[in-house]
Design a binder for this molecule. Structure first.
Ligand code: 5AD
Ligand code: SF4
Length: 501
């Protein structure tokens, strides 16, 4: 684990160490000297902005970038006028790429006003050669580019960038390394993402992730447990276990461990209150895992189970390895084991060859499962994936119409499900004071729904029993259950008797 290594004690005149993470600490020390020089010259510390443009894995990576920047002395700012701006990019859909080019346009304007500004790009989009070529030729003002496989080398790359005037590009094709024990700066004091594995082996035919994140690599369970224990010692009570396909966790370890074994190990950690995870692939959701979810009291009553399509033909073309009936049977099994579980999903509309009938199959699954919420996407062609070369791409007007229909259905269902819980009591982990009304705090139920209720900043990071008095579509208004306001642990006693668990 990362133990506040004293950067000032590192010999910066020695040759850089070859082993990791010692090498990165050496470069952090070198960067810190650079920061001190900046401070002397400018009578202020330099400031940095980390812009996360991707999924929860990216968000966790961004916390690691922030941790390094803050340890070497940068002040953090949200501002586009920072001295150092790094965009952690996503490339899962074309509009993610477009957002990056848009952001680069506005950063160029900032750099014209402040020519010393350094601009860095990292993350999934940088693993694509065509993207890097485009940036090299049309966005010459970018200073540093690196990818997903060498993000652990950020301190070293930053040092090279700070001490050079030319664009630095360092993108690796792949890696089998997992470098840990580097600092991270968490966005929330009480909850944290924890990477349990990297990469994906599934090659769903529409998806670019396996190409930009590489093959599956699982972290050792003892390292994960150690990290969570130290997070808990630092005030964390909720963890989100992160991986592209957590259900296949551990298969490539020297002594294989299943994801359910891992859940049971983490469930035993004293002081930890909630465990979440994402993402689960339906093809790997075993009975053993359902049982572990049911038996582990800290595992939240929420499962994100991407459907992608309800048509068995399309699922086969997507290379998903399950069909409509198998997916529905899985949901039935889950609900039988854990009746109050909230189920959410991802759905793609307009995959090549999708007919109206295929789409109606998707609507049928949505109606049968009654998702608590769903992320809906229009299929986006990703160069290099198997689906990109399929000839039967759908008519965009038809796809838009289907998308609107799906969205309406999904929203109506999730509203109905939310309304049905009104009046019950739920356990809420308070996350923040409400941005619009400071007499309220905002938190999440185990089932992941958002609740606003009267409270104050002292309640942040604690769990309270809250009556859900009013459903406002996608969130609830609530009130603290009497007697629980000064003793958050009281909530656990109430909840052992509550129907919500
Ligand atoms: N087009 C549209 N949606 C996609 N997703 C992944 N790749 C694509 C694509 N090419 C969606 C899937 C996945 C979610 C993270 O993004 O639904 O579950
Ligand atoms: Fe992409 Fe499929 Fe892997 Fe998820 S499981 S990251 S959708 S290839």
């Amino acid at each position: 684990m990362y133990h506040e290594i004293d950067l000032d004690k590192i010999d910066r005149n020695a040759e850089p160490p070859t082993e990791e993470p010692a090498r990165q600490y050496y470069f952090m020390a070198k960067c810190r000297d650079w920061v001190k020089g900046f401070e002397q010259k400018n009578h202020r510390l330099p400031c940095a902005s980390v812009v996360n443009m991707g999924c929860q894995m990216n968000a966790r990576d961004s916390e690691k970038l922030s941790g390094i920047l803050s340890d070497i002395g940068y002040e953090q700012t949200e501002d586009g006028n920072a001295d150092f701006v790094i965009c952690n990019t996503c490339t899962v859909r074309e509009n993610a790429n477009n957002r990056v080019y848009g952001r680069l346009g506005s950063l160029h304007g900032c750099k014209k006003k402040n020519p010393r500004m350094k601009i860095a790009l990292c993350g999934c989009m940088m693993q694509e050669k065509t993207v890097v070529d485009k940036i090299k030729s049309s966005y010459r003002f970018v200073d540093l580019i690196f990818g997903t496989h060498n993000i652990y080398m950020f301190a070293e790359l930053l040092y090279r960038c700070l001490t050079s005037d030319s664009m630095i590009v360092d993108v690796l094709e792949g890696t089998d390394r997992i470098v840990e024990e580097l600092p991270a700066r968490r966005r929330y004091s009480f909850k944290s993402g924890v990477n349990i594995m990297f990469g994906c082996n599934n090659f769903c035919s529409y998806c670019i992730v396996p190409y930009v994140r590489g093959r599956e690599r699982s972290r050792k369970p003892e390292d994960i447990v150690k990290e969570i224990e130290s997070l808990v010692a630092d005030g964390v009570c909720e963890v989100m276990l992160l991986g592209q396909n957590v259900n296949s966790y551990g298969k490539n370890l020297k002594s294989p461990v299943t994801f359910s074994d891992l859940l049971r190990m983490i469930n035993k950690i004293d002081g930890l209150k909630r465990i979440r995870f994402m993402t689960s692939h339906p093809k790997d959701l075993s009975d053993e895992l359902i049982l572990a979810m049911k038996e582990c009291d800290k595992v939240c009553r929420h499962l994100h189970l991407p459907l992608q399509s309800g048509s068995s033909g399309i699922l086969s073309a997507m290379n998903r390895h399950y069909d409509k009936e198998q997916y529905l049977a899985l949901v039935k099994k889950l609900r039988e084991a854990i009746p109050d579980i909230a189920i959410t999903t991802d759905i793609i509309v307009g995959f090549p060859g999708e007919t109206r009938e295929d789409f109606m199959e998707t609507l049928d699954v949505v109606r049968q499962v009654e998702y608590d919420s769903a992320f809906t996407f229009i299929y986006s062609k990703r160069t290099g994936t198997a689906a990109a070369s399929m000839e039967n791409q759908c008519d965009p007007a038809e796809v838009n119409e289907r998308f609107d229909m799906l969205l309406k259905e999904v929203q109506a269902i999730s509203m109905r499900r939310a309304e049905a819980r009104t009046g019950t009591v739920g356990e809420v982990l308070v996350e923040e004071v409400n941005a619009k009304d400071s007499s309220l705090v905002t938190g999440r139920l185990s089932e992941n729904a958002v609740v606003h209720f009267p409270g104050n900043a002292d309640m942040i990071g604690k769990i309270y029993p809250v009556r859900l008095t009013e459903c406002r579509g996608f969130y609830y208004l609530g009130e603290l259950v009497q007697g629980a306001d000064c003793n958050p642990d009281f909530s656990e006693k109430i909840f052992s008797e509550n129907a919500c668990k």
